[in-house]
Design a binder for this molecule. Structure first.
Ligand SMILES: [Mg+2]
Length: 275
């Protein structure tokens, strides 16, 4: 069985317009070939479900960089061990929920009072508009982005040296802290590579075989773990930065084209078995 695990932003979706128009014919072909296309993304459940409808995709998906795996209920013959049923999905969570990280941050508020703002507090103070003002996202996108389940983004307002102390204290308390574009993201130890293999194993159990062929597709640093772990890797070239470099050189291809056009270029090669 063949499986495609794909990053969304900058890979299947255009980095700027979020369009996947270039990939529509190939997505239909993959559907006809019964090759599942599985989104694996930093996006939230709310963001992915909206997109999934547009993509007409009925397969499992992995959110928040591997924090949770969502499988449509009854997609497999039996419910995976440890999965819980939520809104029609079997959900496997790999890290603690957002409330735990919010609690941790609340405990730090006394020492770093006005030096940081959480996404949640921005939202509580001024709704989606408060989040939009800091992220530059649209109101609708801010609304969806705030529906995170496994981490809390923090807008740092203090000095660089105080920020280092803040980050150190959080790590000491068991958090993983990732620097995003504008936010520090406070959450558990997530990994797209591990989550991909977890879901692949469920497919292998379902089909009673050990020969699932995986193609991982991504354009950024946070995709490296899954790109290294898949049977084949497709690195999508980005517009204004160099693509991430992998340790592997076998069954690995970097697209010439950017975004969804590069996605089509690489997936077509993989289908022809030249990748
Ligand atoms: Mg990306």
């Amino acid at each position: 069985m063949r499986l495609i695990f794909t990053d969304l932003d900058g890979s299947l979706l255009d980095h700027h317009s979020y369009s996947f128009a270039a990939a529509v014919p190939l997505l239909a072909k993959l559907d006809a070939l019964a090759v599942p296309v599985i989104p694996i993304t930093s996006k939230t459940f709310a963001e992915v479900t909206a997109l999934r409808d547009q993509l007409n995709n009925r397969h499992p998906f992995i959110v928040e960089n591997g924090a949770a795996i969502y499988i449509p209920s009854r997609y497999f013959k039996t419910q995976p061990e440890h999965a819980i049923l939520e809104n029609g999905f079997w959900v496997l969570r790999n890290v603690p929920r957002r409330a735990k990280w919010q609690q941790l941050l609340a405990e730090r508020a006394a020492d770093f009072g006005d030096e940081f703002k959480t996404f949640d507090s921005l939202y509580k103070d001024s709704g989606a508009a408060g989040v939009a003002a800091v992220t530059g996202l649209s109101l609708k996108a801010s609304e969806l982005a705030n529906q995170r389940e496994h981490s809390e983004p923090v807008h740092w307002l203090g000095s660089q040296s105080r920020k280092s102390t803040f980050v150190y204290r959080l790590i000491e308390a068991g958090a993983t802290v990732l620097q995003g574009g504008r936010f520090l993201n406070i959450g558990g130890d997530v990994d797209k590579g591990r989550a991909m293999l977890q879901l692949r194993d469920l497919y292998q159990r379902e089909t009673n075989s050990k020969d699932c062929e995986t193609l991982a597709i991504g354009d950024s640093h946070n995709d490296i773990a899954m790109l290294e772990a898949a049977s084949s890797a497709l690195v999508i070239r980005a517009d204004k930065r160099s693509p991430p470099t992998l340790k592997r050189s076998e069954n690995c291809y970097t697209s010439q084209l950017i975004g969804p056009e590069g996605w089509v270029e690489g997936v077509s090669l993989w289908l022809e078995k030249s990748l």
